[in-house]
Design a protein around this ligand. Structure first.
Ligand SMILES: N[C@@H](CCC(=O)N[C@@H](CS)C(=O)NCC(=O)O)C(=O)O
Length: 219
């Protein structure tokens, strides 16, 4: 089994998969795609992911080669292929809850604030990008705070880290990047703190990635 994750240090979507791989203690290689340099739009990367995005997980598994895209599909594949420890809870209702929490980030927040969208908005509305991003992050996190609070344990769902935590932690970092005040989200911050204490979450952080820019050069 060989796993190669096409990643970018600052990508919150790639970060989700980095956490998942680490939670499952899966040996993998990180292959950086330089999003600032436009490598995602090169022929080689578009052949892997026609969306021109990271993450992409390349899998060599006993004679089978797979190229997986979309963090949710990748994490669910990892969870089915390597069930222990699970990213999803054992009960049907719990799985629906965790997927719904992750989707608040995956489809309700991040697509509205990813750099490609912000770049286009800034072209159309001068100085509009950052305020736009902060607005959608703050309102989405408000919904996530309410949804997590009713049913959180130590983590987003019960007392083990899982799929929803893979989405929460990178999104809170994006919130800070766009100047969103996190005071209104005490449950999310408490869960983030619990995650931050765990080695898999620490190893997946942007500053621990091979393509993290040298000190003082972070754009
Ligand atoms: N829904 C996708 C979102 C992926 C995505 O938005 N990736 C961003 C980085 S976080 C990207 O590669 N952007 C390319 C660009 O900025 O041109 C997923 O969950 O994998």
């Amino acid at each position: 089994m060989k796993l190669v994750l096409r990643s970018y240090w600052r990508s919150s979507s790639a970060w989700r998969v980095r956490i998942g791989l680490r939670l499952k203690s899966l040996a993998h290689e990180i292959a950086p795609v330089d999003l600032l340099a436009g490598e995602q739009f090169g022929e080689a990367h578009l052949a892997r992911n026609p969306m021109g995005q990271v993450p992409v997980l390349e899998v060599e598994d006993g004679g089978t080669s797979l190229v997986l895209t979309q963090s949710m599909a990748i994490l669910e594949w990892l969870d089915e292929r390597f069930p222990d420890p699970p990213l999803l809870p054992p009960d049907l209702a719990g799985r629906a809850r965790v997927r719904a929490l992750a989707e608040i980030v995956n489809s309700g927040i991040q697509p509205l604030q990813n750099s490609a969208v912000l770049k286009r908005i800034a072209e159309l509305v001068p100085h509009g990008g950052k305020a736009w991003a902060a607005h959608w992050i703050a309102s989405g996190l408000g919904a996530l705070e309410t949804a997590v609070r009713s049913g959180a344990g130590r983590f987003c769902h019960a007392d083990s880290p899982g799929l929803a935590d893979c989405y929460l932690v990178p999104q809170l970092q994006n919130a800070r990047r766009y100047g969103v005040d996190l005071a209104p989200y005490p449950t999310l911050r408490r869960v983030e703190e619990a995650c931050a204490a765990l080695a898999p979450f620490q190893a997946a952080r942007p500053e621990r990635q091979p393509d993290f820019p040298p000190e003082g050069r972070a754009p």
